[in-house]
Design a protein around this ligand. Structure first.
Ligand code: IFM
Length: 469
């Protein structure tokens, strides 16, 4: 006999708080060759030998393209108010700059209609890493043209869906695209440019600003970006560790928040490395947004790189083990001027990421302190963890802890309007393939059968309880 999990006594969130779950097109849709979809950088990248750890690709993924009705049913049953999905750019504009593919738009039409019929608000993200390959071959995000093409595509999507979609997200995690895709080459498009990847950051941010303008011109009133952020913890008070942690924070947090929120780059030397009329571009990038989306997973402990030949514990600082070459699934080259260290003393997810809910409170409070009134209402656009199993008690503990931490930030005065769990269902976790399971719903990749996990039932209970007001 199975018993329903008792809803955890979470603190009460505001009545109009937006509860949701997130996914992305390249991680769930599959159907990569259907109905005129063009190739994306991830199709090409995953086809290369040794790029995806389990040798898989996303050609089928969870087959959401064909099973979206079942997935919308899962959303309805879960009781969420909103669903954040992404629109696949190469499905809509197959080569990124030419003809629009009506059949691609039709899919999102059907999805939006099904969501609305189920009482779930659609929250499309316009770019979740699947740049059309044809644009990549012209330089991808290293070129200004891609930002302009992105805005034109945003206009097309808003033209088709804008009569039914109220909330829009422009980009997902431009930091990861810059660092992992262009800097380190561990994600598509697989470039290893290190600091020469910075133009990709600028052009994505410019694409964001241009897309905000395009969406506004179509009448949109609720627009945001989903940036990934986490507190940077300094490995020790030493000058070297402090400088390294400051640089890491600048590159992973401030570089993506400050142009959007303050209309400036956090560092003049860095801004000087960027192409084009940067000062003018910043005015576009700082087009006001209605929501600021934060994807939070973990804090990062950072110190100076270990001296050559040093390994294991950093005896000088006592600050924990040097990270080695593989850090939370990312291989870091030794020439980087900072070194993430392992955070000891916290539980870990199956991915090896430390579980630190209170760092979410810290992050949100620090954002309010840093950006004050320039910070619009925040939405947590992603938060979640990878664990095996259908009786996923660890995921329940993770989500429970993070919701309490979120509530604490709100009680401390941070204006947070919504929370989206990553992810509705297990999916293609990029270079990790299918080995990491972030879903509230288990997917059997042999049969594509969906099975709600204990965490799904738990969240269902939480949402019912919150709705009782
Ligand atoms: O799966 C990813 C998602 O695509 C972007 N944010 C982090 C998630 C977990 O790694």
């Amino acid at each position: 006999m199975t018993t329903e999990p008792v809803p955890a006594p979470l603190p009460r969130f505001p009545r109009d708080f937006l509860w949701g779950v997130s996914t992305s097109a390249p991680q769930i849709e599959g159907a990569v060759e259907e109905d005129g979809r063009g190739r994306s950088v991830w199709d090409v990248f995953a086809a290369g030998a040794g790029r995806i750890k389990d040798g898989s690709d996303a050609r089928v993924a969870t087959d959401h393209y064909h099973r979206y009705r079942e997935d919308v049913g899962l959303l309805r049953e879960l009781g969420v108010g909103a669903y954040r999905f992404s629109v696949a750019w190469p499905r809509v504009v197959p080569d990124g700059h030419g003809a629009v593919n009506g059949a691609g738009l039709d899919f999102y039409d059907r999805l939006v209609d099904a969501l609305l019929a189920a009482g779930v608000a659609p929250v499309p993200t316009l770019f979740h890493w699947d740049t059309p390959q044809a644009l990549e071959e012209r330089g991808g995000w290293l070129r200004r043209e891609t930002a302009e093409r992105f805005a034109a595509y945003a206009d097309v999507v808003a033209g088709r869906l804008g009569d039914r979609v109220e909330r829009w997200i422009t980009l997902n995690e431009p930091a990861e695209v810059t660092l992992l895709g262009y800097g380190l080459g561990q994600h598509a498009p697989g470039r290893q440019l290190l600091f020469d990847a910075l133009p990709a950051a600028h052009h994505q941010l410019l694409g964001h600003g241009l897309a905000v303008q395009a969406l506004r011109a179509r009448g949109a009133t609720d627009i945001g970006i989903a940036n990934s952020h986490g507190p940077t913890w300094t490995a020790s008070a030493s000058e070297a560790d402090t400088a390294a942690a400051g640089l890491y924070d600048l590159l992973l947090n401030r570089l993506f928040a400050e142009p959007v929120l303050l209309g400036r780059y956090p560092d003049e030397e860095l801004a000087a490395l960027l192409p084009g009329p940067v000062a003018e571009d910043l005015q576009v990038i700082a087009e006001p947004v209605d929501r600021y989306g934060i994807n939070y997973y973990q804090p990062t402990l950072v110190g100076a790189p270990a001296a050559e030949g040093a390994a294991g514990t950093d005896e000088a600082t006592g600050a924990g083990k040097a990270a080695g070459t593989d850090f939370g699934g990312i291989r870091l080259p030794p020439e980087l001027p900072f070194a993430p260290r392992e955070i000891e003393g916290y539980p870990r997810t199956d991915f090896g990421w430390p579980v630190v809910p209170e760092a979410l409170t810290e992050l949100l409070v620090s954002f309010r302190e840093r950006y004050g009134d320039r910070l619009p209402p925040v939405v947590i656009t992603e938060n979640g963890c990878s664990y095996e199993g259908i009786e996923d008690r660890e995921r329940i503990a993770f989500l429970d802890g993070h919701l309490r931490a979120l509530h604490a930030a709100m009680a401390a005065g941070v204006d947070v309007r919504g929370y989206f769990v990553w992810s509705l269902m297990d999916n293609f976790e990029w270079a990790e393939g299918y080995a990491r399971r972030f879903g509230l719903v288990h997917v059997d990749y042999a049969t594509l059968k969906r099975t709600p996990k204990a965490s799904y039932r738990w969240l269902q209970g939480v949402l019912r309880e919150q709705a009782r007001g």
